[in-house]
Design a protein around this ligand. Structure first.
Ligand code: A2R
Length: 315
């Protein structure tokens, strides 16, 4: 039996936050796709969604009473915001609460990639150490880092990089007046100038394949690519080719074009570190994101508006 006194939500699939389901259940009736019964769609007032689950016009059309889509995550490229706005549906996301966590992971992945930490771990586990010392690795010393995107998370990464004593440059559409880092309006130029590119722009049509063959070529044979944003931002075919031909030196990837599928070719390279999209994946940060999802929904249904609307729906 569903409690009709409470707003009914549709959740597009499982979300990796153990605290979210009980927190939602306290205030809402949550229907998972498999639990949605004939006739219930008309009562659904909110959608809870997460990365990789499309909330498109077709899905929203199934719920004529829909008021809000609450996205678990800062990136909301899987939500068709234009369609939501045409339907007068609010879209929210979870900015800020994950910045430091994703920045930590970014530095971890960068260091793991340049110093080949996972490869060294495998070397020990495979019993190869007694055969001889692990090969020397490239270094972060004396290298420059180029941020592709310098928003909330990018800035948290840049600040950490200052502590590592490496110069930071960045590429965005708009130059920031409030940072000490050098701006480059042209991404190929930036790639030519730096040794490491760290990708932290939102996904979606605007940034699709922003990091293409030309950018990778400019990064160069000693260059290193770190992507913690969205797989769609990097042309994965061009990346595989650049790694195969040695046109770039190494890559650290937390995100992929077709998650959870990781191209075999990428996993076959010794100079690539792959992670299963864990940028914000800690108990504390996922709980903070879940709480923000709940706060957005509670505020909305109490008539107080959304706490963190996506920029397109703000104001
Ligand atoms: O371009 P600007 O001036 O709006 O700067 C934003 C930049 N950005 C771009 N840079 C170059 N070409 C583009 N087409 C482009 N579109 C956006 O990305 C800004 O510096 C940055 C985004 O910052 P925030 O909106 O504060 O996002 P946040 O919280 O740092 O997260 C970035 C992404 C998420 O969307 C997830 O996909 C991923 O990181 O976790």
């Amino acid at each position: 039996m569903t409690n009709t006194a409470r707003p009914i939500l549709f959740q597009t699939g499982p979300i990796m936050d153990p605290a979210l389901a009980p927190a939602l259940a306290e205030h809402f009736t949550v229907l998972m796709p498999e639990a949605l019964e004939e006739g219930q769609a008309g009562q659904v007032r909110g959608i809870v969604s997460g990365v990789g689950r499309e909330v498109d016009d077709e899905l929203m059309a199934r719920f004529p009473a829909l008021e809000i889509v609450a996205n678990f995550g800062v990136g909301y490229d899987s939500v068709d915001v234009d369609a939501a706005q045409r339907r007068n549906v609010m879209v929210t996301h979870t900015p800020s609460v994950l910045d430091e966590e994703v920045a930590d992971l970014t530095l971890g992945l960068l260091l793991a990639t340049v110093r080949r930490i996972p490869q060294a771990d495998r070397y020990v586990r495979e019993g190869r150490w007694p055969e001889g010392a692990f090969p020397l690795s490239p270094s972060l010393r004396g290298r420059k880092v180029g941020m592709v995107g310098l928003g909330r998370i990018g800035l948290a990464v840049a600040r950490r990089l200052e502590g590592f004593g490496v110069p930071v440059l960045y590429h965005t559409r708009n130059r920031r007046a409030d940072v000490p880092y050098i701006w480059r309006g042209n991404l190929v130029e930036l790639a030519r100038e730096v040794d490491v590119l760290v990708v932290l722009v939102p996904g979606g049509a605007q940034t699709r394949h922003l990091v293409n063959a030309d950018v990778l070529e400019a990064l160069g044979p000693q260059g290193l690519l770190v992507n913690v944003a969205r797989g769609s931002v990097v042309d994965e075919v061009a990346l595989v080719e650049a790694l195969r031909s040695g046109r770039i030196g190494a890559a650290g990837l937390d995100v992929f074009a077709q998650e959870p599928h990781v191209p075999e070719a990428l996993m076959s390279f010794e100079n690539v570190v792959v992670l299963p999209h864990v940028g914000s994946g800690t108990f504390t940060t996922r709980a903070a994101m879940g709480q923000l999802v709940v706060d957005n929904l509670r505020n909305w249904f109490a008539g107080r508006g959304a706490v963190t609307p996506v920029p397109e729906c703000a104001g």
